[in-house]
Design a protein around this ligand. Sequence first.
Ligand code: MF3
Ligand code: CO
Length: 254
Amino acid sequence: MFLKGHPLIKNNKEIEILRRANAILMEILLTIKEAVKPGVSTFEFEEMTNELCERKKVIPAFKGYRGYPYALCVSVNEEVVHGMPRKEKILKEGDIVSFDFGIVYEGYFGDAALSVGVGSISPLAERLLKTTEEALYLAIEKARIGNKIGDVSHAVQKRVEKEGFNVIRDFVGHGIGKALHEPPEIPNYGKPGRGPKIEAGMVLAIEPMVSAGSHEVKILEDGWTAVTKDGSLAAHFEHSVAVTPTGPIILSAI
Ligand code: MF3
Ligand code: CO
């Protein structure tokens, strides 16, 4: 599988390019987030994304990736990841929507995701968003030299399960660099002290995907959209993070 093998170590110059890639990506992602309101179709975000990529002269990374046809993944409510933008999918008050986006810039990939509520949302939805984002930041804290990937994974799982929610197991975070997906795989569940060693120069895309109900997912007939089997709400946050001697640096920070 493409994620097996030794993690690729990046030098400072490469990390600087990855930082620029992720900064541009985040600018686009935040512009999209600002446009979230009831009545907007998920396809409008796809159009915005393509226009912004052209303006900033960056290449959307997902389009064509394993045959995925769009620049952006837009997943609403029970959709976990890989939701395809659709003209007939109209956001309504109370929905939660996750955007996952990647670009290629000077040969290096940026990858990040965030989830946001549409207008006012239920206390449960609010708690799911907060928990998933907090789980991401707790996991990033563990991306330190001398730790293991299991420490990162466990941090996500612990925070999520404390809330009575569940981590999705069918999708994982990953190394990132000259390829969108590099070793190591970063599951959102696991045991401290297990898995590959975290070393200086690793760049990790850490991405908790969390269900308010069961962790089981199924793929819709479009071949992409992953939804929770029990129809419960799901959220997704992702940052690309560099491991450095002074600690983790969030390359996709805002
Ligand atoms: N963003 C996903 C990830 O973080 C990859 C998207 S797959 C695509 O790994 F096909 F939708 F592009
Ligand atoms: Co990713």
